[in-house]
Design a protein around this ligand. Sequence first.
Ligand code: GLP
Length: 237
Amino acid sequence: MKIIEVQDQVQGGRAAFEILADKVKRGAQVLGLATGSSPIALYQEMVRSDLDLSQLVSVNLDEYAGLSPKDPQSYHIFMQTHLFQYKSFKTSYLPDGKADDLTQACKDYDRILAEHPIDLQVLGLGRNGHIGFNEPGTPFESKTHVVDLAASTIAANARFFENEAAVPRRAVSVGLASIMVAKTILLIAYGAEKAEALAAALAGPVTESLPASILQRHPDLYVIADRAALAVYRNRG
Ligand code: GLP
C-alpha cells in the first residue's frame, strides 16, 4: 500500500492523474471509474491533459436503481458532465439502473467486467466505509448486485438531490470481488468526515462490516488523501 498525502483536492487530482497517465502509457486498456466528489479533480486533470483515451474502455462502479441515464441525478449524467463530454473512450459502460430486470442487468454487467478486466480502478470512500455502493455487510465475494442503500448513505447523498426523500433507495453496484480483481486500485478520500472510515479501511480489522477494509488484501493499492482524512489513521499509527 502506498499512501500519498496531499494538501488539497487540486494536488490530489494531479497525483491521481500521474498514476493513471503512467498506467495508460504502460498499456492499460480498461479504467474502472467512480462517481462522487472525490474523483472530480482527477477528471478535471484528465480533461485538461492531452492523454488519449479514445482506444480505452471505461467501466463505472455503480448507478442508482430507477433513474434513467438521462436523469440529471444519474451517474450516467455525472460522468457525462465531468468527463465523457470532453474525453471520450472507445466504449464506456455504466450499470443500467432503469432495467426492467435488474437481476439480469447485474449478470450482464458481470459479463462486461469479465470481458474487460480492469487495469486501474478509481474508488471514493463512503463515510460508512462503502466502496462503490457496497454497503456494510456486503459479502467480500459479491459480484454485481442490487443494493438497498444504507440510511447514512441516503443522508450523505441527499446533498446532490432536492431533498432526502428524492434520493433513490436502491442502486446497482459492482461487487467487492470484482473490485479486488483490478490490477491497481486508487482510493481517494478527502476531509475529516472520511477520517474514521479511512483509518478503519487501512488499519482496522478486515471485515465485511467495513467494506473498504478488503483493500488491505490488495497487492497494488494507492491511497490519495489529505491530512484531515488521514488524521485518525496517523493518530492510531
Ligand atoms: C457515493 C458513491 C461512491 C462514492 C461515495 C463518496 O455513495 N456511490 O462510489 O465513493 O459516494 O462520495 P464523495 O466522494 O462525494 O464523498
